[in-house]
Design a protein around this ligand. Structure first.
Ligand code: ZN
Length: 147
């Protein structure tokens, strides 16, 4: 269910990425994963069988539009603010987020940086998740409008 604190247009703008996220969520669900909706974002935790496979993956969670897929509950709790920062990035950039993200990684790689860690969008998400100056709901970008 959409969250009233997120403008409807943000769901439309991010929809192409959300559709891809839903496909990943369906696969995770078929493998025993669990879905829930929090603050207008679909959160999927991989099932036990999937979690074993996912532990081999270097990522503990991934965001595609308004869908966050996490390896397990602990990973989701630990990464939620970071992943919600990515949700806001999708809301801002829409389908352009994919080429911009790839472009930032490529740029970092070409200049000798780390494609993932030094990526502009990853740095922005880490900063949003780690900022001690804003309440957690602000870091999740949900303080506008109703609480
Ligand atoms: Zn990230």
């Amino acid at each position: 269910m959409p969250d009233a604190r997120r403008p409807f247009r943000s769901y439309v703008w991010a929809l192409p990425a959300t559709v891809i996220g839903l496909l990943a969520a369906i696969i995770a669900g078929a493998c025993g994963g669990r879905w829930s909706v929090r603050q207008g974002v679909i959160e999927v935790v991989a099932g036990r069988r999937r979690a074993r496979l996912a532990r081999r993956c270097p990522f503990v969670a991934v965001t595609l539009g308004h869908v966050v897929v996490a390896r397990d509950d602990d990973a989701l709790s630990a990464c939620r603010l970071h992943e919600y920062a990515h949700v806001r990035q999708y809301e801002r950039w829409g389908v352009l987020f994919f080429p911009l993200y790839l472009g930032s990684s490529t740029y970092q790689w070409l200049r000798g940086g780390r494609p993932y860690y030094d990526n502009h969008f990853e740095r922005q998400a880490r900063a949003a998740a780690e900022s001690p100056l804003t309440p957690s709901r602000d870091r999740a970008g949900l303080s506008r409008g109703r609480v």
